[in-house]
Design a protein. Structure first.
Length: 231
């Protein structure tokens, strides 16, 4: 069996439960990406994309015939959005570093969002949750409202990370609070465990970015990437 075949079919049997190894591996890529994001490293984006592709096949359990046999359209859909936004974030952080708007190692200067940007986040969170709630009612999903909440929050958090907003960590906390019980009920135990780990990690990441934002002072008001590329 070649490595690709093994990754697609290998299972771990633990305490009477069957877990796909690619769910574990995909979540490890996700955790590595989060660490890279906290440290503001460009490599966080491609690493995260790799994990997204693996987890997409995991959360469409009924489609890909996984042991859980559940379609979590919100979880699967957010992997697609993650890839799209991550490609943009990857380009943005690379561009910021190339024009010298960030430090030698870090790819972005964290800053607080403006009140207008915060208002946009709140409105988009409400509208996105309502929109996906309706969509999942049409196509069917496990946990219609929670899936809509998780998907919308994940999109906004990833977008906020690309923009360098400190608040993106707070959005992740909202996602994790709903994600852990949802994944446990659906039987996606490695993903639920990762969400629980994220719960503590995002608090740490928030503190790290907050300190950096305060330490890098004057740049906190304007978006350095926008200044650098004339956006």
């Amino acid at each position: 069996m070649n490595p690709v075949e093994w990754l697609l079919t290998a299972e771990l049997h633990l305490a009477g439960s069957t877990i796909l190894w690619r769910e574990i591996v995909g979540n490890l890529f996700g955790l590595a990406s989060a660490v890279g994001g906290m440290r503001r490293r460009v490599w966080a984006w491609p690493v995260g994309i790799t994990g997204n592709v693996l987890l997409f096949t995991v959360f469409l359990g009924a489609v890909f015939d996984t042991p859980q046999d559940q379609n979590l359209w919100g979880q699967a859909g957010r992997q697609v959005f993650f890839v799209a936004i991550s490609l943009w974030g990857w380009h943005r952080w690379r561009q910021t570093r190339q024009v010298g708007a960030a430090s030698r190692d870090a790819a972005v200067h964290p800053r607080w969002a403006t009140w207008g940007e915060r208002a946009q986040l709140v409105v988009l969170y409400a509208a996105g949750t309502a929109g996906f709630w309706w969509l999942f009612g049409v196509i069917g999903s496990y946990g219609r409202l929670t899936e809509a909440w998780i998907l919308t929050g994940s999109i906004l958090a990833t977008y906020g990370m690309a923009r360098g907003w400190v608040e993106f960590w707070l959005v992740w906390i909202l996602v994790d609070a709903v994600g852990v019980p949802t994944l446990l009920r659906a039987g996606f135990y490695p993903s639920a465990a990762l969400y629980a780990v994220y719960g503590g990690f995002v608090v740490w990441g928030f503190v790290v970015w907050l300190r950096v934002a305060r330490g890098e002072g004057p740049r906190g008001v304007a978006d350095p990437a926008n200044e650098a590329v004339g956006a």
